[in-house]
Design a protein around this ligand. Structure first.
Ligand code: NAD
Ligand code: TYD
Length: 351
């Protein structure tokens, strides 16, 4: 029986990964370790919290002693590591949290795995979840492949790049059985509304202005979160030790175009006059060091492991909007309290 430690399982992507593993593999014991920062929310996992193979551990990966003790107690044989500070804008205003959680936290997990995984290494796996942002920014053409040189620009992407390097170093130096994936921008249910898509949906709901950084010409490659979770499942089970896999949906959108599409769909859903949400669009000061374009070539994952995204974007974005409209208490809960302070600080500066 596998004992899998999933870190950051109360967050956006982590909650989809935990649900998939708990439901698909009743024979595995799944331990969701999460500090429950502002981004972690156990309400994301209400539907599976009573399953016999699901366990929650509240802990901070920055606390190395606590992580060692948890390995001692539970003897995990695999780690799927998603816990991170994940928002670029927050990394610009407060980089240290990113250094601690994303770099020190990852090393604490690597050290614990290295310490406790002394034998049967072929049955162990340390899976580190990373981002395409480590590759930096593309111009108008081209795609990130697994061998693209790292060139991170934000404290967030630099901290993720550092953690990727450390994971590879533990593989090369200590033979730790690791695998890494780098994914493009995710969207879907349960994403915290500091990120573009849920922020726009929430602001339209409240008739608040829609802040577009710069001219809205930056391009992101959007993947439905459940398709990311499916890729993680596949890589966890059949990915090759020491390898890296890029994950992305070949689905590039300029920010302004995706915002206009959400405006149109929200007008329809909320029975508002066509064009009324678009009037809320407000161009604001650009993000510092704003990467122009991300686009992933996921052909290695498709050809070697047989992954294909299941959803077309048009369907995924409709499902996403429906989820937020059907779960307004969830949105209201996460956008109360500290969120209001964050929003004021972040967007007042940008006016
Ligand atoms: P998220 O911010 O929604 O969730 C992060 C989770 O980690 C939260 O539950 C939080 O409580 C937990 N956490 C934070 N600091 C912790 C600590 N010190 N100890 C324990 N738990 C802690 O993030 P997400 O968008 O779900 O991203 C998950 C992972 O996927 C991250 O590693 C991120 O870099 C990567 N990723 C995200 C995207 C994306 O578009 N969101 C794309 C590619 C890769
Ligand atoms: P975000 O969701 O923060 O993801 P990332 O920065 O990791 O790609 O932002 C997606 C894009 O949307 C990015 O180019 C920045 C832009 N953006 C805005 O224009 N306005 C906003 O309020 C936010 C949060 C993002």
């Amino acid at each position: 029986m596998k004992k899998i430690l999933i870190t950051g399982g109360a967050g956006f992507i982590g909650s989809h990964v935990v649900r998939l593993f708990v439901e698909k593999y009743p024979g595995y014991q799944i331990y969701n370790l999460d500090k429950l920062t502002y981004a972690g929310n156990l309400a994301n996992l209400k539907d599976i919290e009573n399953k016999p193979n699901y366990h929650f551990i509240k802990a901070d990966i920055v606390d190395g002693d606590a992580i060692m003790k948890l390995f001692e107690t539970h003897r995990f044989d695999s780690v799927v590591h998603l816990a991170a500070e994940s928002h670029v804008d927050r990394s610009i205003s407060n980089p240290m949290e990113f250094i601690l959680t994303n770099i020190v936290g990852t090393v604490n997990l690597l050290n614990a795995a290295r310490h406790y995984w002394c034998e049967n290494l072929e049955e162990k796996r340390f899976y580190h979840i990373s981002t395409d942002e480590v590759y930096g920014s593309l111009g108008e053409t081209g795609f990130f492949v697994e061998t693209t040189k790292y060139d991170p620009h934000s404290p967030y992407s630099a901290s993720k790049a550092s953690s990727d390097h450390l994971v590879r170093a533990y593989h090369d130096t200590y033979k730790l059985p690791v695998v890494i994936s780098n994914c493009s921008n995710n969207y879907g249910p349960n994403q915290f509304p500091e990120k573009l898509i849920p922020l726009i949906i929430n602001n339209i709901r409240h008739n608040k202005s829609l802040p577009v950084y710069g001219k809205g010409e930056n391009v992101r490659d959007w993947l439905y979160v459940v398709d990311h979770a499916r890729a993680i499942d596949l890589i966890f089970h059949i990915g090759i030790d020491g390898e890296t896999y890029n994950i992305g949906g070949h689905n590039e959108w300029r920010n302004i175009d995706i915002i206009r599409l959400i405006c149109k769909l929200m007008d329809e859903k909320l029975n508002r006059e066509a064009g009324s949400s678009e009037k809320l669009i407000t161009f604001v000061k650009d993000r510092a060091g704003h990467d122009l374009r991300y686009a992933i070539d996921s052909s290695k994952l498709q050809h070697e492991l047989g992954w294909v995204p299941s959803l077309q974007f048009e369907e995924g974005i409709r499902k996403t909007i429906d989820w937020y409209l059907e779960n307004q208490p969830w949105l209201d809960e996460v956008t109360s309290g500290n969120y209001l302070k964050y929003y004021e600080q972040q967007y007042d500066l940008k006016r």
